[in-house]
Design a protein around this ligand. Sequence first.
Ligand SMILES: Nc1ncnc2c1ncn2[C@@H]1O[C@H](COP(=O)(O)OP(=O)(O)O)[C@@H](O)[C@H]1O
Ligand SMILES: [Mg+2]
Length: 182
Amino acid sequence: MTFANFDPNGNTQLTEHQQRSLASAKAYVQRWTLNPSGWLGLYGTYGVGKTHLAVAAAIERNDRGDDVFFCTIPDLLDHLRASPDRDNWLRQFDLLERLKAIDILIMDEMKSRSGGPSAEDKLFQIINYRYEERLPTIITSAYMVEEIAVIRPEVASRLQDRLVVAELLIDAPDYRQGGTRH
Ligand SMILES: Nc1ncnc2c1ncn2[C@@H]1O[C@H](COP(=O)(O)OP(=O)(O)O)[C@@H](O)[C@H]1O
Ligand SMILES: [Mg+2]
């Protein structure tokens, strides 16, 4: 998943609005990647290319020498889940400190709470630290920010800060359903 193989015309007939939406999302993420500052919120339903663009940004920043961490939020919460094991606690502490300060953090698929209170608290610590420090971060979600506000109001409030977060809503057909098999 790179910028080079992200087709702004999709793989099926697009409306004019969809064409503009895909092309401008690609251009915006590409521009952000050249000189990351602040956050990107990538929204849109399933299969519109949110993960693709997030991975493309991760690859490009990694190639340019940044320390980059890409994860899906449900997987990250699994790693942050409370555990009585001391070694595991230390590993979690290291992960938490690393993700707070890493050059570029990309968190794919913000959805329902699934980590339990302790993992959710740690996720919030990461998000809040990066918000306070304005550290380059991409968050993707198939939910709209108003829906995230019901699930994680403290996160949604930060995502709605227009001084920090550029919000991109991708309107496109599901790419997974548009292709014809050869
Ligand atoms: N505009 C596009 N050009 C090329 N491939 C695309 C495009 N949009 C989506 N895809 C591909 O379609 C699949 C689904 O896209 P993905 O980024 O995972 O969607 P989302 O994260 O929005 O659900 C992936 O394999 C992705 O590489
Ligand atoms: Mg995705």
